[in-house]
Design a protein. Structure first.
Lengths: 312, 200
């Protein structure tokens, strides 16, 4: 189980960063910067590596760094891997982004003052996750200063999963069992009425368990209008224990037209992977969750063709 | 006498392309184009100035114009939009707000702090109960100011603890919101007319 998690933790996106043409003051214009961005990291954290590449050509002034993809200003508090999964339905390698050092669009993006802003946002998300799971943020707020520093360092130096697990396990955010019951501590798996036994890798030995498909159906019921009888039981359970594991359903990426009457889910991408929907949801959570303890599901929809009325 | 028009509910459909109606109706309570500062508190009338463009998800009820007062320095009066949005994660209401001058120019945090009543500025600085940050509005996708009432559910319980009938029968959403607003509103200088609190 550690292997899968480590593999995901070390995932990265190759980026090709172009300086916005309005900020190029020298000829010839600088070449784009090539950088490998950790999936679990954030774009502003890359700035110290990018800036040297362009600093000699920038116009005078104070830096207010922001990125755009094909003109869309990028939300800096969303992990890089998720931005990529959401915005590139067909993965672009390298991913071409534009960096700006001036003219921050303050009416569109919330302000970012470098690493501190990103860290604050990260801790805030972690608090939110703790609140959803435990009903309070105490474990996060009571983190010692050295623990906080080590936790944050383990995230920004994306290779250090061991350090992260060492600190985050103190937060008592638990791992998820298949029954999705209120108590998430793995030690009490045996005492619960189980509908399926699992071994450490999350493989189901007997019985039915809560799958990724079940989770997606409960989050986006409007795209699954016909519930089969088989799924009724697990869906009902989900309704009762909703939000026990925080999962964030981000704005769905909209695909081009499709001639059917209803919108439907075309694919679900998590950490760049399109897992088989029959996989136990507990495995997905325990292995694909982000460091702030949210599971990000990028959903691609197929939309029905729009019929335009011929007269008013 | 009510100083402000009533709050209106702005529903926000989950998906703009109209997926089959989900039974969950999301949205927020909105109170827009109001003046919170000393200008309003002296006169008890709403000062009307040219409306700025709105970006609501759907139609809103019209604000009631109570009276018109001509201000010599109209452009320097800050207007506020207040939205109350339910946080599913924290299961409490949260106040989002923004401020702008009549020409549409937005106010930054420092300017807002200067504009708020003196006692609420102090409440901000104490930041024991409240904390203002700039975050993305969950529906409008733009930066707004958000008031984080820390421990909302704790002090809401305290508020209702006193009333025995509430303990027995629970509390209506309206009463909850009024009580919540009576505390949160103080930070932004929003006064709740006493008549509202006397309703059964």
């Amino acid at each position: 189980m550690m292997e899968a998690r480590k593999y995901v933790w070390e995932g990265a996106i190759p980026l090709q960063i172009h300086l916005h043409e309005s900020e190029v003051t020298t000829l010839p214009p600088p070449l784009p910067a090539l950088i490998l961005a950790p999936r679990i990291g954030y774009l502003p954290l890359l700035v110290p590596h990018i800036k040297p590449h362009f600093s000699s050509t920038l116009p005078p002034g104070i830096d207010t760094v922001w990125f755009d993809y094909k003109g869309l200003p990028l939300k800096w508090y969303i992990p890089t891997g998720i931005l990529f999964d959401l915005l590139c339905a067909e993965p672009e390698r390298p991913w071409n982004l534009t960096v700006h050092f001036r003219g921050y669009p303050g009416n569109i993006l919330i302000p970012c003052e470098g690493e501190d802003s990103v860290k604050w946002s990260f801790i805030n998300s972690l608090k939110e996750a703790a609140y959803i799971i435990n009903g309070n943020c105490k474990s996060v707020m009571n983190m010692s200063q050295p623990d906080q520093v080590e936790l944050w360092r383990s995230v920004i130096n994306a290779g250090n999963l061991e350090a992260y697990i060492r600190v985050s396990s103190k937060l008592k955010l638990g791992t998820v069992g298949d029954e999705y019951a209120a108590d998430l501590y793995s030690s009490s798996l045996n005492s619960r009425q189980s509908i399926g036994d699992t071994d450490s890798t999350g493989q189901v030995k007997t019985g039915k368990c809560f799958t990724l498909l079940d989770a997606v159906k409960s989050l986006l019921p409007e795209y699954f209008p016909y519930k089969s009888l088989n799924n009724e039981e697990s869906s009902r359970e989900e309704d009762k224990d909703e939000e026990k594991v925080p999962s964030e359903n981000l704005s769905e990426h909209v695909e081009s037209c499709y001639s059917s009457d209803d919108a439907e889910v075309k694919l679900v991408r998590i950490q760049g992977i399109e897992p088989k929907l029959e996989i136990p949801f507990s495995w997905v959570v325990n292995n694909l969750v982000n460091p702030e303890h949210f599971l990000h599901l990028c959903v691609c929809l197929k939309l029905p063709q729009v019929k335009i009325p011929s007269d008013t | 006498m009510s100083a402000f028009p009533p709050w209106s509910w702005v529903p926000c459909p989950k998906q703009p392309w109209g997926a089959s109606a989900s039974h969950d109706v999301e949205g927020y309570l909105s109170l827009e184009n109001i003046i919170l500062s000393c200008y309003a508190q002296e006169e008890h009338d709403e000062i009307s100035c040219p409306q700025k463009e709105e970006t609501s998800c759907s139609e809103k009820e019209e604000l009631i114009d109570i009276a018109t007062l001509v201000q010599s320095n109209c452009s320097k009066v800050p207007y506020y939009d207040l939205h109350i949005i339910y946080s599913a994660s924290y299961r409490v209401p949260v106040l989002f707000f923004r401020a702008y001058y009549s020409d549409g120019e937005p106010l930054g945090f420092n300017a807002i702090e200067k504009d708020l009543p003196a006692h609420s500025a102090k409440a901000l600085l104490d930041s024991k109960w409240t904390f203002i940050t700039q975050e993305e509005h969950p529906y409008l996708n733009r930066p707004w100011f958000k008031l984080h009432p820390c421990g909302t559910s704790e002090w809401m319980k305290l508020l209702f603890h006193v009333d025995v009938s509430v303990a027995k029968n629970g509390v209506t959403i309206e009463l909850y919101l009024l009580s919540w607003l009576s505390v949160v509103g103080q930070v932004v200088g929003l006064r709740i007319p006493l008549e509202m609190l006397n309703q059964p």
